[in-house]
Design a protein around this ligand. Structure first.
Ligand SMILES: *Cc1c(COP(=O)(O)O)cnc(C)c1O
Length: 226
């Protein structure tokens, strides 16, 4: 299994290098390995490759369990944030990608203060307008965003978004383009240190995301599906 995982990871790496060439991109694009559907054996084998890239989980308790089980400390959180799981999420995440309200950010900040941590976060935007997706709405995020910037133990490092669940590449392209526009205007309107991460693109749409300026992609099935 180890060889196969490495082969799949290398394939994605190379593909990303080719996409960068195609679009004349010269900055780094980080791969986050999404382990939420991977077997224990696959995760163990993947970590034993020593790639040292972030892994990501979408449930708080599972994040805590995997952090401990694999004695690995480079995890991102990408799921819906339940208030009663915030302690796990803050304790075990390097980067929380899915902050979607002031209230959640406030509670994250509170727990981060308590344990003496500066918590890095991204703001998740709902760019697909699908009811079941979480995230700030572009129309109304501003007030919450400004409040979040005042929280002492939170660093806002960028944005995250998911495209619609569709085979319509044109729609996906427009959604990513839109998120990048929002990110750019946030970046130019507020002077925030290290506000540099644009996390968009998953197994099926990372190419489109990179074309639209993503510098972080979150890949699950393309690495872990057999
Ligand atoms: C599951 C998930 C991914 C990975 O999806 P794949 O299609 O398996 O690559 C990326 N981002 C988020 C927020 C997810 O929930």
């Amino acid at each position: 299994m180890k060889d196969l995982l490495l082969e799949k990871y290398n394939f994605i790496k190379e593909d990303i290098e080719n996409i960068k060439k195609e679009y004349s991109i010269d900055y780094n694009i980080d791969i986050v390995a999404v382990t939420k559907y991977a077997s224990d054996e696959a995760i163990a084998d993947f970590l034993s490759l020593g790639l040292n890239i972030p892994c990501a989980e979408s449930r708080g308790q599972v994040l805590r369990d995997k952090y401990k089980q694999y004695n690995y400390d480079n995890w991102h959180f990408i799921g819906r944030i339940q208030k009663n799981k915030i302690k796990y999420i803050v304790e075990y995440s390097k980067l929380i990608q899915s902050v979607d309200s002031f209230e959640i950010a406030f509670l994250i900040n509170e727990y981060a203060c308590k344990i003496g941590k500066k918590q890095d976060i991204l703001l998740q935007f709902n760019i697909s307008n699908e009811e079941n997706k979480s995230g700030f709405l572009v129309k109304t995020y501003q007030k919450d965003f400004e409040s979040i910037l005042t929280l002492s133990n939170i660093n806002v490092l960028g944005v995250m978004g998911m495209s619609s669940f569709t085979s319509d590449e044109h729609l996906v392209n427009n959604e990513f383009e839109y998120l990048y526009k929002v990110y750019s205007s946030m970046k130019s309107n507020y002077s925030i240190e290290n506000f540099d991460i644009v996390s968009m693109g998953m197994s099926s749409d990372y190419k489109i995301a990179i074309k639209q300026n993503a510098n972080m992609v979150r890949i699950g099935s393309n690495i872990f599906d057999s």
